[in-house]
Design a protein around this ligand. Sequence first.
Ligand code: AMP
Ligand code: MG
Length: 434
Amino acid sequence: MTTPRQFSSCVTYYDPNALPVEAAQAIVREWAMPRAGSSSAEQVKLFDALGRVLAHDVISPIDVPAFDNSAMDGYAFAGGVLTNASETIGLNVAGTALAGRPFAEAPRAGQCVRIMTGALMPPGCDTVVPQELVVRDGDIIRFASSALRAGQNRRLSGEDLARGKPALRAGRVVRASDLGLLASLGIADVAVNKRIKVAFFSTGDELRSVGEPLVPGSLYDSNRYTLFAMLRRLGVETIDLGIVRDDRASLETALRQATEAADVVISSGGVSVGDADFTRDLMNSLGDVAFWKIAMRPGRPLAFGRLWSGPRAGTGESALFFGLPGNPVAVMATFYFIVREALLAMSGAEHQPLVKIRALCGAPMKKRAGRTEFQRGIAKRDDDGVWHVVTTGPQGSGVLSSMSDANCFIVLEHARGDTDIGDEVEIVPFDGLI
Ligand code: AMP
Ligand code: MG
């Protein structure tokens, strides 16, 4: 298997000082394997299954609907009478079928049954004429034969979900509709994958935690909060390891502890050029970690690989490691475009590509060819259904308000140069993760 270090140093096509985003994503994808084995699943009640990943296919134990029923409020009858389209049909109303209160007898020739939506089709009936197509006079209804075909307005048993067929597939992240669907099958609990554990911490002597006083030169640690929020939205279990000082011993302790406790370790800060030598040395002793300069902005420096908690690489517990840059916007961009997919894959979730939309630029944007840029955008749809996008303003990678103001990333691809008003670009709407 390709290791990150081999990849970044041996593959001459890629410049390790400017690894294209797609190349980094491909390596991460190869390394992020779902946890295997039956011990990785657990049984949960339906309400607790929201946002979890299904461990197995769910096979429908029943037909849904379980019986043929009416799709409309109207009158049920045997459709065999609809032979001549020029005819007016007259039928006698023999009784009523309500949802949950069936009409048990088959109507005789020339009869029909008043029926409401969802009610069981009476015996011998296969067609429903909607009430708005009918003229009713006492117990007689009349309608044009041309208004419908035999078999219309009847929902067939099993037409939504057929018994014995997979209703939902393994890897499905359970959403609102899925919960309802599982309930419609009468399923009370389902097997879901155990949540993966993600430990995260911030590095930096300048950082203070919320609640502590700021001293000159210090700032509040915001990365742990954005990371926490994004991790929660992905449904993983979070382990907050706080702030780690910029010294080798503290970092080593934090990394070992995190690797012991978690499947994935995410740090922020300490991977830029000035810090890299110090952390690189430590990473080398703890596992197989490569330092990348990804050709992306924000988010250029990033460390990625595998860590081990034992005395040597290859011993003790192991965890996948992402050393994200320190800048708050870079943390969010690298998480969104590099980390997110890996966490979903490790959770056993089916691939969920980010939604991309074409939009027209409302203002020119400076862009250097040879790197992918993720600008923060405000996108609006005009009356003709065309999306237009402008940036949120200053795009410094420390300007967290640019993320709060935005509703999408504007993705300016690797080869692109400056962008003019009216040029087409791709945007990735924030989907709730951010
Ligand atoms: P670094 O990657 O450690 O060189 O950090 C780059 C920039 O991001 C510096 O200005 C740091 O002060 C800032 N930074 C690093 N970590 C955090 C954090 N957890 N919260 C807010 N800003 C941070
Ligand atoms: Mg730092």
